[in-house]
Design a binder for this molecule. Structure first.
Ligand code: NAG
Ligand code: NAG
Ligand code: NAG
Length: 417
């Protein structure tokens, strides 16, 4: 009986919301100038490729299954003669993927994406999260859609502390530098941090960096993020990013520009992932490996035990065409200082590292790939955070977790006003 009433109420609520949304969408359309509307239309035609099949995800996304040779990478003339590599020539040696069973020793379901509940992409296609009109309209301009707004790579080596705070991005990371690196791996605890304002984001990722922190910095990034601006909701999503000129003219998130070549028909970049860890409850994590194929030189990405997602061709990069000079792992948030105070956007679980397992967010089994294509525990791991009273990081070592660290925090609090 109770269920009946609540479901009826739910239907009424749903109808009301739909009515409101329809009218606001109409109002929204009226306010968009014709020139912008046309630009957005053109952009959507460019971004959204002809789909063999489209799948409506329960979270509201539409996933287009696009033939592998029609993916966005091939929009760029430099890909004209590129033959897709359907598998990496090499995997790094010593690869041992821990499954997502963590210290609680409870058997946890494998990571999934909600669109799988409504179908799968056929062979020889790749799943692409469709860019909707409302997505494109949220961006401040067409050219900025899908791209980072500011240079925001944490530079622990900077000698100018003022520069660190400038962009409003805050980090809590661990890192290695001073050697040549050919990849990195980590198992990252998954959360859904609260975002105070839509123009802020919170992410947890690894960075593969080449070159100095100048205008020509090369970066490959992968992890999870919550970004209302980019996706229109607060879901935790799998993402990648790349740039070969410090976020100026090249690079983008996911498949939003020509760059990454995807081969997996199973995982969609930018799509929601679940399950999410609960404070004081079950913990879930994802494994990400990025490595350079020593034969072809491409940078490959693998997600979990099972999914080789694809690769960034070596010719996208300058420094990274050879090797990486620094690896970073950790969290980043945007502090837009709403109300002139520090943002309350959370990093990781929103709790400080001191709270430990089940409460704080972690990276475990962090590793690098060395010049003989072997996965190794890194040595000389440093940590960095702009303001440890807002977001902090604490490293540890030992046991099944290898090198690990806890990181994150709530942002605004009495010590971080
Ligand atoms: C593709 O191959 C053709 C013929 O070999 C060559 O003329 C052209 O420059 C190549 N294009 C690129 C972008 O490499
Ligand atoms: C995201 O979360 C914020 C607060 O945490 C909320 O104000 C906002 O409405 C949410 N956005 C969406 C699209 O659900
Ligand atoms: C960043 O700015 C805050 C507040 O202005 C300051 O307390 C902190 O020390 C700065 N961090 C660095 C690394 O300069």
């Amino acid at each position: 009986m109770a269920a009946d009433v609540s479901s009826r109420r739910w239907v009424v609520w749903l109808l009301l919301t739909m009515a409101i949304c329809l009218s606001c969408a109409e109002a929204g359309r009226g306010q968009v100038p014709a020139k912008r509307r046309l630009e957005v239309q053109r952009q959507l035609r460019r971004l959204n490729k002809r789909a063999v099949r489209s799948i409506k995800s329960p979270d509201g996304d539409i996933i287009d299954c696009v033939h592998i040779s029609h993916q966005p990478a091939f929009d760029h003339p430099s890909f004209k003669n590129h033959t897709i590599q359907m598998r990496p020539a090499f995997h790094p040696e010593g690869l041992q993927f821990g499954d997502s069973k963590v210290a609680s020793q409870k058997r946890t379901p494998p990571l999934s994406q909600p669109w799988h509940q409504h179908g799968r992409c056929p062979k020889n296609t790749i799943p692409i999260r469709r860019t909707r009109r409302k997505d494109a309209l949220r961006a401040s301009s067409i050219s900025k859609y899908g791209r980072k707004k500011h240079k925001s790579i944490p530079n622990p080596l900077s000698v100018d502390p003022d520069l660190l705070n400038e962009s409003g991005h805050q980090h809590a990371i661990s890192y290695v530098d001073g050697d040549t690196y050919y990849g990195a791996k980590a198992t990252i605890n998954v959360w859904e941090p609260k975002i105070q304002q839509a123009n802020e984001f919170s992410l947890s990722q690894l960075w593969i960096l080449g070159g100095s922190f100048g205008e020509d910095l090369n970066s490959i990034e992968a992890g999870w993020q919550v970004s209302p601006d980019l996706y229109g909701d607060n879901n935790t999503r799998l993402f990648t990013y790349w740039t070969s000129d410090s976020y100026q003219a090249t690079g983008c998130y996911n498949l939003l520009c020509s760059g990454f070549i995807q081969i997996s028909s199973e995982i969609a970049m930018g799509a929601t992932i679940y399950p999410i860890s609960r404070y004081g409850g079950s913990q879930y994590d994802i494994s990400i490996l990025v490595w350079k194929d020593p034969r072809e030189g491409h940078w490959w990405m693998q997600f979990g035990n099972d999914y080789v997602l694809g690769y960034w061709p070596s010719f996208l990069f300058s420094y990274l065409a050879d090797s990486a000079s620094m690896i970073e792992w950790g969290g980043e948030v945007v502090n837009s200082e709403p109300d002139g105070e520090h943002t309350s956007t959370a990093m990781g679980s929103g709790h400080f590292p001191g709270e430990g397992f089940g409460k704080a967010s972690y990276f475990r089994n962090i590793q690098i790939v060395d010049d003989s294509n072997k996965l190794r525990t890194p040595t000389g791991v440093g940590t960095f955070t702009e303001r440890s009273s807002c977001y902090d990081v604490r490293i540890g070592d030992g046991g099944q977790w290898g090198h690990y660290f806890y990181y994150g925090g709530p942002g605004r609090n009495s010590n971080c006003p």
